[in-house]
Ligand binder design. Structure first.
Ligand code: SAM
Ligand code: CA
Length: 278
């Protein structure tokens, strides 16, 4: 897995004063502090998502977290976030502000039957489970059960594990199976997709059948570390460069799909909400 990196750019104001060539040099990766004194002295500051922040500054993002996210974060989500921070792949976790957003969104749409593709230790899953009514359901899929089981005790303690049906394995065959049975068509209120980016378009073909008209699909990481606008010579990490083309293709395809209305939000690493209209 990649080491932590920050993808930075200068402020819009200073960019506007530079030539295009100069601007292309503004994109660069900056390694994040890992286990250094600096990092320890920043205890309580966000660590896992600095590279994902699409805001003008890290300080502004920190302000959001400290002012409106952390003070209102449910205790089990805090516990799961802190547990996940110790895991070597913590870069994959959903950020706390995005978790808060998902939780409110699910309540706003009165979601009951939902699906999540890409669980990891379950931060977005817990944000979902806490938002659903007691008889709500989440079909949660991941190829890795071990990481899900790391977070599971926290989910159980929160009293929401009964809403989760965890399915271990690749999502595609499971989706194909769901599509085969017509009674699943139009049965999901919400689907959160946060897994293998090279399959999002294939997932979309199936999910559009499974989500109800008026329901939502959320595709995560659609701004892909900001790399969607990086110049061709930008020093992107290998995995960022590899998946970038798939994310670009997905974004184009979603924008052209008449079956959905879309809204791309710069929350977390970018989330595109798709509301099925036909
Ligand atoms: N939503 C999670 C959270 O809040 O922490 C983060 C998910 S993480 C970015 C991506 C996950 O997708 C990993 O746990 C990985 O095992 C899973 N994954 C990768 N390929 C998959 C596939 N083909 N089907 C299902 N899950 C997959
Ligand atoms: Ca994500």
């Amino acid at each position: 897995l990649p080491t932590q990196v920050t993808f930075t750019r200068e402020s819009k104001l200073s960019q506007s004063r530079k030539t295009e060539k100069q601007q292309s040099n503004l994109w660069r990766f900056v390694p994040m502090a890992t286990n250094t004194q600096e990092q320890q002295s920043q205890a309580g500051r966000h660590q896992e998502v600095g590279h994902k922040s699409l805001l003008q500054s890290d300080a502004l993002y920190q302000y959001i977290l400290e002012t409106s996210v952390y003070p209102r974060e449910p205790e089990p989500m805090k516990e799961l976030r802190e547990l996940t921070a110790k895991h070597p792949w913590n870069l994959m976790t959903t950020s706390a502000d995005e978790g808060q957003f998902l939780n409110m969104l699910l309540k706003l749409i009165n979601a009951k039957n939902t699906m999540e593709i890409g669980v990891y230790t379950g931060y977005s899953l817990l944000a979902t489970a806490l938002a659903l009514p007691d008889d709500g359901k989440i079909l949660a899929m991941d190829i890795n059960r071990e990481n899900y089981e790391l977070g599971l005790p926290v989910i159980q303690k929160a009293g929401v594990a009964h809403k989760i049906d965890f399915k271990e394995g690749p999502a595609m065959p499971a989706l194909d199976q769901l599509v085969e049975d017509e009674k699943n068509h139009g049965s999901f209120d919400f689907v959160f997709v946060d897994a293998d980016k090279d399959n999002y378009i294939n997932y979309h073909k199936r999910l559009i059948e499974l989500v109800k008209v008026g329901g939502l699909i959320g595709y995560d990481n659609t701004l892909w570390n900001g790399s969607v606008v990086a110049p061709p010579d930008a020093p992107l990490r290998k995995y960022v460069r590899y998946y970038r083309d798939f994310v670009l293709e997905l974004n184009k395809a979603l924008a052209a799909d008449p079956r959905i209305e879309i809204c791309m939000l710069p929350v977390g690493d970018g989330i595109t909400l798709c509301r099925r209209v036909k």
